[in-house]
Design a protein around this ligand. Structure first.
Ligand code: UDP
Length: 232
């Protein structure tokens, strides 16, 4: 195993699959199966889910930005609950912890408790982002990866790697296998926002970008196969 403890970042877009909006239960189930496979190989798994498949703060129009961001955070909780159920349905122990307490639905976030759950072999899903508006779930991923002492953020995307441009729109787009966090800044690559990139760089957390749709992709990454882009 290349990694012992990972933080998986699942974007809302990836969870919507072909549907483009909302949660696609086939996608959450397939994702859950991939997660169960790496858990069975002894890898500690923490997950941060996005919410863009339901709502993003910056597209809230006339809604106040902070309010819109809270709506976005609620969207991430819906994704977290869906993924938790898919994991439980295949016998993989999972716990949702939310940054903002929603007591009847999930547990409030506590670093100590989350670390205990990981040690017990449970998959921990972090919903509600950082709990603060004006941040992203990429930043949440960097923050929770640092807190959980994860070696790498495995960023499961709708695309298989980082490119210099959108390969669907620009056939000359370059596919990168290896980048530094400085490259992301200098080349203005849309991998993660700068707040998240800075947090990762400062805490020596690696980032691996790969496609969620790739068959057994997660296991391949854990085995050290080169199927995406490594940023360090
Ligand atoms: N969000 C927030 N604070 C956080 C994390 C997320 O306000 O710490 C809000 C923000 O409005 C964001 C939305 O939640 O647009 C959904 O998260 P994101 O856009 O990162 O999801 P993704 O693009 O990964 O699906």
């Amino acid at each position: 195993m290349k990694y012992k403890r990972v933080l998986i970042k699942l974007s809302g877009e990836a969870l919507a699959g072909e549907d483009k909006f909302g949660v696609n239960p086939d996608v959450t189930l397939k994702t859950a199966k991939q997660i169960k496979e790496i858990r069975a190989n002894g890898v500690d798994v923490a997950i941060v889910v996005g919410g863009g498949n339901f709502f993003r703060g910056r597209t809230g129009g006339s809604i106040d930005r902070a309010t819109a961001d809270y709506m976005g955070m609620l969207a991430t909780v819906m994704n977290a609950l869906a993924l938790q159920d898919s994991l439980l349905s295949i016998g993989c122990e999972a716990k949702v912890m939310t940054a903002i307490e929603i007591r009847d639905m999930a547990e409030g976030y506590s670093r100590r408790k989350a670390l205990d759950y990981l040690k017990e072999g449970k998959v921990v899903i972090f919903g509600g982002g950082t709990g603060s508006p004006f941040f992203s779930t990429d930043t949440t991923a960097a923050l929770r990866a640092a807190e959980m002492d994860a070696e790498v953020i495995l960023m499961a995307k709708a695309i298989d790697a980082v490119y210099s441009a959108d390969p669907k729109l620009d056939p000359s787009a370059v596919r990168y296998e290896h980048l530094t966090y400085m490259d992301i800044v200098e080349k203005d690559l849309k991998v993660m926002d700068l707040t998240a990139a800075t947090l990762c760089k400062d805490n020596s957390i690696k980032l691996y970008v790969f496609a969620l749709a790739e068959e057994g992709g997660l296991m391949k990454v854990i085995n050290g196969e080169n199927i995406g882009t490594l940023v360090e």
